[in-house]
Design a protein around this ligand. Sequence first.
Ligand SMILES: [Zn+2]
Length: 187
Amino acid sequence: MLMVVQKRMKMKDYAYKIDAHDRIIAISPDWVNFAEANQASVLSRTVLGSSLWSHLYGPEITLIFETLLRRVRHENRTLTFPFRCDSPGKRRYMQMMMRPLADHAVEFVSTLLREEPRDEVALLNPATQRDDRFIVMCAWCKKVKTPEWVEVEEAIIRLRLFAQPFLPHITHGVCPSCKDTVLNQDD
Ligand SMILES: [Zn+2]
């Protein structure tokens, strides 16, 4: 989910649809452009027909998506929640909407709300060399567990990750605050 793009803020919709079997059956042109601008060109070419679950990381995130999808399909609800889709040099504040369609299909629409430039964060650059350590990042807000959940810049200070030749790998989880926001929303 590393992404860059556009300087000027435009309300673009990065959308995809899944069928009743959770297969990705449509992706919007904006989504493809977005992915291709962001080192995810392989993903955009192979994503159609693939399972949603092959793109999600870890049991905790899977469980949350299962819960959300159940709510969208069986309660026929549209859910909206905030998330971050940062790149090394940008904080990107996004909103995701999950909308029920006919025949248990579901549409996911991600909208860029705003972005802030920042000093490049090497920890978020896929090209950075890694050692055998792991840190956990919240898949929604991109905070890092230190054990308190803090912004990545603060985590680098707390975990003394500045000026190291190798950095830890990043795994994804969900912080308590996002778990609460995502799972306990009223629309
Ligand atoms: Zn979070």
